[in-house]
Write a protein that binds this ligand. Sequence first.
Ligand code: SAH
Length: 251
Amino acid sequence: MEFDFDDPSLKAALALHEGQERQGPGSRATTELLLDLAAPLPERPRVLDLGSGTGAATLVLARIEGARVTAVDVYTPFLEQLRAAAETEGVADRVDVRHGSMADLDDLPDGSFDLIWSEGAAYNIGFGAALASWRRLLSPEGVLVVTECGWITDEPSAEARAYWDAAYPLRSTGENVDQATAAGYTVTATYLLPASDWVETYYAPLDRRAEQTDPDDPHAAAAAEDLRREYRLYREHGHEYGYVGYVLRPR
Ligand code: SAH
């Protein structure tokens, strides 16, 4: 999927996420745990954070000793927030921002990153396609860490299935492992994100923000309503799907 920034509904959906700490399910604890699972890393790792949003993960990765992180996103206001946060946290000299698509990295040389990271963003270009296209960027000792939403039950309810089939058809963890293997990786760990990563750090603050949208702006109101619908589905059916972190090494 490529973004059409002239689409007012898309703009309203993205604007709802401005000023938030995260733009998808996750938490600092989960980012740190996945980073532990990705060890050992080459020294002074060159890191690429794809679909960085406002940089929740970028800022953790920037603290790896000797790291240099490139954060990539298509939405400029998120990158501006990320740049400001990197200044505040004193890591601006270790973080480069790149405005552009994670599907358009052709100018970056093969093997130029030791750690590629992507939380809650690969779905934008499709999990399997993302994994296949990023593989050449990894150094031989490199690691890819990616989170992806999928079914965690064999028998999803009709309601959850209808929602996700229309939004983004989900696969099981096993099917995602198969896609990663087919894309040329060995899966060294998987980790199911806890429910608190959906609610406390994502939906609850977003829901509070949605309360403040201008009711006279139909696009903002529709974006807020979509969010409420998604959150409601999660409250009722969140035990049927979940975000899973995958730690992948090139084979
Ligand atoms: N990783 C962040 C943001 C996740 S939300 C976090 O976990 O908080 C998904 C992000 O992907 C958004 O910031 C969105 O702007 C970005 N995005 C969507 N399509 C993209 C693309 N094709 N290339 C790069 N970034 C993209």
